[in-house]
Design a protein around this ligand. Structure first.
Ligand SMILES: Cc1cc2nc3c(=O)[nH]c(=O)nc-3n(C[C@H](O)[C@H](O)[C@H](O)COP(=O)(O)OP(=O)(O)OC[C@H]3O[C@@H](n4cnc5c(N)ncnc54)[C@H](O)[C@@H]3O)c2cc1C
Length: 414
């Protein structure tokens, strides 16, 4: 193995998960190398770019001015008949590429090494006398081969490391979750009162939603996520054509010099992998499937899972124990804190089994402000549903309502 560069931790991918994993590992004194496939961090942007105050406080982030585009008040959910309900929870819309560059730069300042244009393509176990000692990683880029005691897979939805792990011919991390397509435009002169507008309009976004996320100078991301991937762009164009967004100028976002103004990506929506660790390996962020199922927010989850992974890495290396059992501390940490995915997924499924009309009836039973309903508020919603449309109870409407509750910022929803 003498030809390989030796590090304590190799972080694969420099999105929010990878950047923060490298930052936290470097702060703990681990020799850390972070590799990124692209030649620049954060582009192309594949995010609506919002992050809540809850997330900023939970992660103890001191956001520099230049990464902030706009302060926002929270979310307004707009149901198919136009009924509007607010979830007031303040936060920020970021210039996400600058945010990711800031995190990675902070990691470098703390001692991590960053290698752009480096793509991991294979991993092999290193064993001495039958004991696991790390991973020999190979790929495209001059730093390869790299020998790492621990690999943190922060490669996003591609979850590259989960494809390579095949001890004894099996793959304990194999995961066949569903993904949805996300796509947006940056529009100009978009009217806003500082809320993110989330439209639950299945006509355009099948089992997804559409958004208007306001930015500075009248700019806004207007986009959608949908399970109907082939129709994503057409559906978004139709939505814009049919609404007050019609005729607004589609601009190239600041990080894009030419080409199609639409940008986006894919998002995992099946919840976390059954197994997010292995010998000397942890999966964080989208690579672990952490995205919140209803509103598809994943940045907070990626950033926080990176904190847990770095904590586990530091203990494992200090004890020279890289075993899967040691890495399981990581899985226990996120399981203790992250939202109840099964409940949100159940609720999301129940929501999209409702017709547009039933969804709208449900919405009219909600209070105008949904952020702090409390027990009496929930009881009131229950009574209203009973009075207006009791048959909705047989359609698991309670689960659908819970999905909204668990999609708040405090449950990592956005
Ligand atoms: C259209 C859209 C809108 C969204 N809006 C929001 C939002 O408003 N708020 C929110 O919180 N979340 C949002 N999300 C989700 C959010 O973007 C992700 O959850 C978040 O980026 C996950 O971070 P990550 O670090 O895990 O992965 P990513 O951000 O995907 O980063 C992974 C990185 O790994 C690199 N990589 C991949 N393979 C390799 C390899 N083999 N070798 C080296 N590098 C590799 C990639 O180039 C990439 O830079 C949105 C997603 C989409 C698609």
């Amino acid at each position: 193995m003498s030809d390989a560069i030796d590090v304590d931790v190799l972080v694969v991918g420099a999105g929010p998960g990878g950047g923060n994993a490298a930052l936290q590992c470097a702060r703990k004194g681990l020799s850390t190398l972070i590799i990124e496939d692209h030649s620049e961090i954060g582009t192309p942007v594949h995010c609506g770019e919002c992050i809540s105050d809850e997330a900023v406080a939970n992660l103890n982030l001191q956001l520099p001015e230049e990464v902030i585009s706009k302060r926002v008040n929270g979310i307004r959910v707009i149901f198919p008949d136009g009924t509007e309900k607010q979830l007031t929870e303040t936060g920020y819309v970021l210039e996400k590429h600058l945010f990711e560059q800031w995190i990675a730069q902070s990691a470098v300042e703390e001692g991590a090494e960053l290698a752009l244009k480096h793509k991991l393509t294979s991993m092999e176990r290193i064993e001495h006398d039958g004991e696991f000692k790390g991973w020999r990683c190979d790929g495209k880029g001059e730093k390869f081969p790299i020998s790492a005691k621990i690999v943190i897979d922060a490669s996003g939805v591609s979850a590259v490391c989960s494809r390579f792990i095949k001890p004894d011919g099996s793959n304990p991390l194999n995961h066949k979750g569903k993904v949805v397509a996300g796509m947006q435009y940056e529009l100009t002169d978009v009217p806003t009162d500082g809320y993110l507008d989330f439209y639950i309009w299945p006509k355009y976004a099948e089992k997804g939603y559409l958004w208007m996320i306001p930015k500075c100078d009248g700019r806004a991301n207007v986009g959608l996520v949908t399970e109907d991937r082939p129709r994503a762009k057409k559906a978004l164009d139709e939505f814009i054509e049919d609404t007050h967004f019609k005729g607004l100028e589609q601009k190239l976002p600041p990080w894009k010099e030419k080409g199609n103004p639409a940008f986006g990506g894919t998002i995992p929506i099946s919840g976390p992998f059954e197994n997010t660790h292995h010998d000397g390996l942890m999966l964080v962020g989208d690579a672990a499937g952490f995205t919140s199922p209803l509103f598809e927010g994943g940045s907070h989850l990626a950033l926080k899972s990176a904190v847990f992974a770095a904590e586990t890495a530091a203990v494992a290396i200090s004890k020279s124990d890289l075993s899967s059992e040691m890495m399981s501390a990581y899985t226990r940490s996120w399981k203790a804190e992250f939202p109840p995915y099964d409940k949100i997924l159940r609720g999301k499924n129940a929501l999209f089994e409702l017709s547009d009309e039933e969804m709208s009836v449900m919405a009219t039973c909600f209070p105008d402000e949904m952020s702090d309903m409390g027990a009496s508020g929930k009881a009131m919603v229950g009574l209203r549903v009973l009075f207006r449309r009791p048959s909705l109870y047989s359609k698991k409407i309670v689960s659908a309502m819970l999905a909204f509750g668990y999609s708040r910022a405090k449950y990592y929803g956005w």
